[in-house]
Design a protein around this ligand. Structure first.
Ligand code: RIB
Length: 282
């Protein structure tokens, strides 16, 4: 049910509309919003806090019923606090379990990193690269942390290949760096913080004449539809994307139904590793 005196819309602000991860989250959320008689507005922050701020200003004027958001930056977010103070409930998507003043849905990204690294260890890799976007994005930092935890005491070397953004181009740049390393010291496996990075790594290592998985094994994260359809089907840590979107919209419905609620729910889902040819046994 929707609250009277407001527009019949719910807004979702996603980090990057070109990332199919968010397309699936949106699909899950809109099903719930539309069955309640509302409509979902999708805004794209493009990982840019200034754009995010502009969207939030416009959405506050539009008097939306509620807001779903994957914030660009982590931690305290005074702009979102103002939404809550004005009686517009906010649910954090894909992060934010630490934020007590709002509901959130997320995946256990530390476990996700552990699953990927344990798989590569089990495949015999001892020189592993982590290709991640800005560490300011909590998911990247937590996937990296999980990788480090799984490799602890294994004797495996972890090389960090940072990229400016969680994009295919970011993956290509990291892979060019990797391919330039001497074969004797080059990592034999790459774990990427999301599938767009993994697709970029895959494309570039092949362009550089390396074989996947024989020279370089690759594991991504999200398991978007393109992972299985890649030139070498990608292993990936699967996130339940539509379920994340559905659950976020359901939590928001509960917040709309009972305003000024003091306890908030934090749903955390488990990722699972899907193994395909890009990290198969060579
Ligand atoms: O938004 C960047 C990444 O974080 C997405 O690819 C997805 O993995 C999300 O959790």
């Amino acid at each position: 049910q929707l609250r009277a005196g407001r527009s019949r819309t719910v807004a979702i602000v996603v980090l990057d509309v070109s990332n199919p991860f968010f397309t699936d989250v949106v699909r899950g959320a809109e099903g719930v919003v539309e069955s309640a008689g509302g409509m979902l507005i999708v805004c794209n922050s493009g990982e840019d806090p200034v754009r995010e701020q502009r969207h939030l200003d416009m959405l506050e004027e539009q008097r939306v019923q509620g807001l779903l958001i994957t914030p660009v930056a982590d931690g305290a977010h005074p702009r979102l606090d103002r939404f809550v103070e004005r009686g517009i409930p906010v649910v954090l998507v894909d992060r934010g379990a630490g934020q007590t003043s709002r509901c959130s849905v997320a995946v256990d990204d530390v476990l996700g990193g552990r699953l990927a690294a344990a798989h590569l260890l089990e495949r015999g890799h001892r020189r592993i690269a982590f290709v991640g976007g800005p560490m300011a994005i909590r998911q990247v930092a937590e996937r990296h942390r999980g990788t480090g935890e799984a490799l602890e005491g294994s004797g495996a070397a972890l090389t960090l290949l940072p990229t400016g953004s969680l994009s295919i181009n970011g993956g290509r740049k990291a892979a060019a760096e990797l391919a330039a390393m001497p074969a004797g010291t080059r990592p034999t496996a790459v774990f990427c913080a999301n599938d767009l990075l993994a697709l970029g790594v895959l494309q570039e290592v092949i362009a550089q004449g390396l074989r996947v998985p024989d020279d370089v094994a690759i594991v991504g994260y999200d398991d978007i539809e393109f992972a299985a359809a890649a030139a070498v089907p990608l292993s990936s840590v699967r996130q339940p994307r539509e379920l994340l979107g559905r659950t976020a919209a359901q939590l928001l419905e509960e917040e709309v139904a009972v305003p000024d609620r003091h306890e908030h729910r934090h749903a955390v889902f488990q990722p699972e590793l899907v193994v395909r040819r890009s990290s198969a046994v060579t």
